[in-house]
Design a protein around this ligand. Structure first.
Ligand code: NAD
Length: 502
């Protein structure tokens, strides 16, 4: 992100004459089952809200158990043929999906911004990542490997087959609705499975638009969407006996609910849950580079980011200098509505509930004597905007430095030595991501290898690529998104052994 000077205590409002998307550009607010949009059978609908204003922008069907069952039946019927296609055929379809998304990138970007309030630069990055995920998986599915066929038991030839699982249920969150969907959909389809996906009830629009855009590219039933509530649609997917695996990206509570639901049928579970990424800054680090990196990594997507660099642990000898640099960086963030210019960096929080949740953390921190060196409160005017915040004087064990706030809030704590830094970095229930900042090669390796996190960056934070895996340890879940590891997760291994000639 480029640095531009602004006042982070004011929301820059859009001067554009109309909305980001027209009525005609919205997808149908219906389920997508067996290759076609279908209205919900029950009365209730969900209102989709613009978080910049609190005004409704669309209504979407709220699914029932019967609708999930219909989608699973369609997915089951379609999976066999899809799974038997040779890799080249499935690969070509995934490439065509990527092409179709690229042709519609501008619309998808505007739609994602309209539904989530995220700035254009964040939505553009999300759409680009989505396209690249499909392209990577289209290539990777043609280059899978496994152990060599051979005679491992005397007189017997062993072959390892990689097979699809069947129907995979997918449940996605609201922070990156399209991208989190793509991280599941691309490898699941690549591995030959069919899908029933439930997007977040708050942000279903780009998922429904995706279904509309790719409807003619995929055989009917291979990809289905049922919109609605987690406790109904998500729960039924996790319990359904014909669903072979349930993959969820979301909060710890939803992960636990899904795992419980899956237990009865012993289906596989894939969970990408919350995070509270420690950022360990040693005295020898390039402090200016760390502060500049945190400007993006701590606040990207308004901090609604599971890998956000939100928990700084800085050596006591450089804490004052580093905090000053960080506050200076954060003070230049441009807050605004997505239509207020390409340079807007921070949008609103995604919903009223979440906004109130984040403000609750800030109020409790203040009551506990923790100081906001910048920000610390809501911003004036309509919508769910919270000022980019740095909390300092944070004591060990404070709520704001242990729990996932999921907002534009970075906490700063201090440590005295390396052992303490590692112990404190690991002393949270999460284990998704972390970063280590030092110029010392021995330290960068030792500390990175002793931090309990699925991804550890050295002198960087929040840089991702489709070739490398993403996923957590401990309370952040299990299973891997991205890379060939995701293809493994969505496949099963079969050993076929032939007795050879007598
Ligand atoms: P959430 O858990 O509230 O919702 C996620 C999805 O789960 C939604 O579609 C919701 O309807 C569904 N759900 C809720 N209850 C359910 C139930 N009982 N059974 C099945 N599904 C249910 O999470 P959110 O607020 O949408 O997203 C934010 C959370 O997601 C944060 O904790 C964040 O860290 C996490 N996240 C993790 C990653 C990662 O890669 N690890 C990525 C993005 C977000």
């Amino acid at each position: 992100m480029s640095i531009s000077v602004s006042n982070p205590t004011q929301v820059r409002r859009s001067q554009a004459p109309g909305p980001l998307v027209t009525e005609a550009e919205l997808p149908p607010g219906q389920h997508f089952i067996d290759g076609a949009f279908r209205p919900g059978t029950s009365g209730p609908v969900t209102q989709v809200i613009d978080p910049c204003t609190g005004a409704p922008i669309a209504t979407v069907a709220s699914g029932t158990v019967e609708e999930v069952d219909a989608a699973v039946a369609a997915a089951l019927a379609a999976q066999g043929e899809w799974g038997r296609m040779v890799p080249k055929e499935r690969s070509e379809i995934l490439h065509r999906i990527a092409d179709r998304l690229a042709e519609n990138a501008d619309l998808l970007t505007r739609l994602e911004s309209a539904n989530t309030g995220k700035p254009a630069m964040v939505a553009e990055d999300e759409v680009a990542g989505t396209i690249d995920t499909f392209r990577f998986m289209a290539g990777a599915l043609r280059a899978t490997t496994s152990m060599a066929a051979g005679e491992y038991a005397e007189g017997h030839l062993s072959l390892i087959l990689r097979e699809p699982l069947g129907v995979v249920g997918v449940v996605t969150p609201w922070n990156y609705p399209l991208l989190m969907g793509a991280w599941k959909v691309a490898p699941i389809l690549a591995a030959g499975n069919s899908i029933v996906l439930k997007p977040s009830e708050q942000t279903p629009l780009t998922t429904l638009k995706f279904a509309e855009l790719v409807a003619d590219l995929l055989p009917a039933g291979v990809f289905n969407v049922v919109t609605g509530r987690g406790s109904v649609v998500g729960q039924r997917l996790s319990e359904h006996p014909d669903v072979a695996m349930i993959a969820l990206t979301g909060s710890v509570g939803s992960g636990q609910a899904v795992a419980r639901g899956a237990a009865e049928s012993l289906k596989r579970v894939h969970l990408e849950l919350g995070g509270k990424a420690p950022v360990v800054v040693f005295a020898d680090a390039d402090l200016a580079a760390a502060a500049e990196s945190l400007r993006a990594a701590g606040y990207w997507n308004s901090g609604q980011e599971c890998g956000a660099a939100c928990r700084v642990l800085v050596h006591e000898s450089v804490a004052a200098e580093f905090t000053e640099l960080l506050v200076k960086e954060v003070s230049t963030l441009v807050v605004g509505e997505p239509g207020a210019g390409k340079d807007v960096e921070i949008g609103p929080l995604n919903s009223k509930d979440h906004y109130e949740r984040v403000l609750g953390y800030l109020e409790r921190a203040k009551a506990a004597g923790i100081r906001a060196a910048v920000g610390g409160s809501a911003l004036e005017g309509p919508g769910y905007f919270v000022a980019p915040t740095v909390l300092v004087d944070v004591p060990d064990g404070a709520e704001c430095s242990r729990e996932e706030i999921f907002g534009p809030v970075v906490t700063v704590e201090t440590f005295s030595d390396e052992a303490e830094a590692i112990a404190r970095a690991n002393d949270v229930p999460f284990g998704l991501a972390a970063s280590v900042w030092t110029e010392d090669a021995r330290r960068s390796h030792d500390v990175a290898s002793r931090i309990d996190a699925g991804t550890v960056w050295v002198n960087s934070h929040l840089v991702l690529a489709n070739e490398v895996p993403w996923g957590g340890f401990k309370g952040s879940g299990y299973g891997r998104d991205l890379s060939i590891y995701a293809l493994d997760d969505y496949s099963r291994t079969k050993h076929v052994m032939h007795r050879q000639g007598h």
